[in-house]
Design a protein around this ligand. Structure first.
Ligand code: ADE
Length: 396
């Protein structure tokens, strides 16, 4: 690949000779040519900018130096289009993504036109589009003083993807970024020593248990992504407000899927497949919706949470109870308060005659029990419960 840079600050691009692109150049994989745009000016002051037509602040880069530079670089109409891309670095461009970097890594030639000031005369860009493929690319939603840093970043992202560049192709495949990690940010990494300044490497990484390590890393990825880049997750993950609505019969299929997702996780943790919710048939799920007051939360069209309640015949010596059950939240949205919201909701809609709330959860599910205790429930070993479950109640 041949890379050309048109800039009024050639020194700014000196780092190209170091680092990864420098290595690739030394290895003959790429050719780097940095050009001082002022070489294509003809006045005493080597002027590259002028005031904007129509007024406004700042200066605009003149078209003539770019036009002459393109011609001298051999870019002529109809010759370079298939294999050459001219990149204009600008905050108004399309964002640089890993996908775009991959696309650019297939080009034979890339010419960077680094903008400064308020930008480049639009006719330069229109003209370039007749010579080659044109991409206007932004590093992100912030304004730099010029496009040189962006050109460096794009170069590094692209060059390392050229086949034969990194000795080990796997290290590219395995590595971050989200576009390469199933849409998630990378998990945190650690190396020796195992303890440093009172900070220990998480035990799981020292366990040698590859299954647990993989599960831990996946969880870290999900948590990081949810906090730092919720936009990368399903749109539901970016939601901060939830609307709880009565479930209808048509929700049964999705509800069954959601419940399976939630209770399989619990079954794995408890090493017990006996969880009743896991054994419901589709017909029973439908019946559940019709015979319980069942509620659902949908976000971006996706069913992400549910809970249900119904009046139960009171056990000996107890008043009328509001039975709460099947409280579940999609695995990727847990830990964001949705479970708590569903519980509050189902308690809010309790009929007048109920004097207390009742539910059951896994006898080994410390997390669930903690959750309900925090909501004011207490364990009731004195009340009958399904196998391996424990009843918890709370006065109204
Ligand atoms: N030039 C100035 N700001 C820029 C940005 N964010 N991306 C690319 N080029 C730029």
């Amino acid at each position: 690949m041949r890379l050309d840079y048109l800039t009024i600050f050639p020194d700014y691009l000196a780092p190209l000779q170091l680092s990864l692109p420098g290595k690739a150049a030394a290895g003959g994989l790429i050719e780097l040519h940095v050009h001082d745009l002022r070489a294509w000016t003809h006045d005493r002051h080597r002027t590259v900018d002028d005031t904007p037509y129509g007024g406004g602040a700042g200066m605009v880069m003149k078209p003539e130096p770019f036009g002459e530079a393109f011609a001298d670089l051999g870019l002529a109409a109809g010759t370079a289009r298939e294999h050459t891309t001219i990149i204009f670095t600008t905050p108004s461009g399309e964002p640089l993504t890993q996908e775009l970097a991959h696309e650019l890594s297939t080009r034979e030639r890339i010419v960077f036109a680094c903008g400064r000031y308020e930008g480049i005369d639009q006719r330069v860009i229109d003209h370039a589009a007749e010579l080659a493929e044109v991409r206007e690319i932004s590093l992100g939603d912030y304004v730099l003083n010029g496009g040189e840093v962006a050109a460096l970043a794009i170069t590094e992202a692209v060059v390392r993807l050229i086949p034969g560049f990194m000795g080990n192709a796997d290290s590219i495949v395995e590595e971050s970024h989200a576009a390469q990690s199933g849409g998630l940010l990378e998990y945190p990494v650690y190396t020796k020593p195992a303890s440093w300044q009172g900070r220990d490497v998480p035990d799981v990484l020292l366990s040698g248990d590859h299954g647990r390590i993989a599960a831990w890393r996946r969880q870290q990825q999900l948590e990081r992504t949810a906090v730092r880049r919720p936009d990368l997750l399903h749109p539901a993950a970016a939601a901060t407000e939830w609307e709880i609505v009565p479930a209808v019969r048509a929700d049964a299929g999705e509800l069954m899927t959601l419940m399976r997702a939630c209770w399989v996780q619990e079954a794995i943790e408890a090493d017990d497949l006996g969880v009743p919710a896991l054994h419901e048939t589709y017909e029973q799920v439908v019946e559940g919706i019709l015979t319980w007051d069942t509620y659902a939360v949908r976000t971006a069209g996706r069913l992400v949470g549910s809970v249900r309640g119904r009046l139960a015949p009171p056990p000996e010596g107890e008043g009328q109870m509001w039975d709460i059950g099947r409280l579940c939240v999609a695995p990727d949205l847990q830990g964001r308060g949705l479970g708590r919201l569903l519980l509050e909701h189902i308690m809010r809609v309790t009929p007048a005659q109920a004097t207390s709330y009742s539910l059951f959860t896994g006898v080994h599910s410390a997390r669930n029990q903690r959750f309900y205790k925090k909501a004011g429930f207490r364990l009731r070993p004195d009340l009958p419960a399904p196998p391996k479950a424990v009843v918890m109640t709370r006065r109204r």
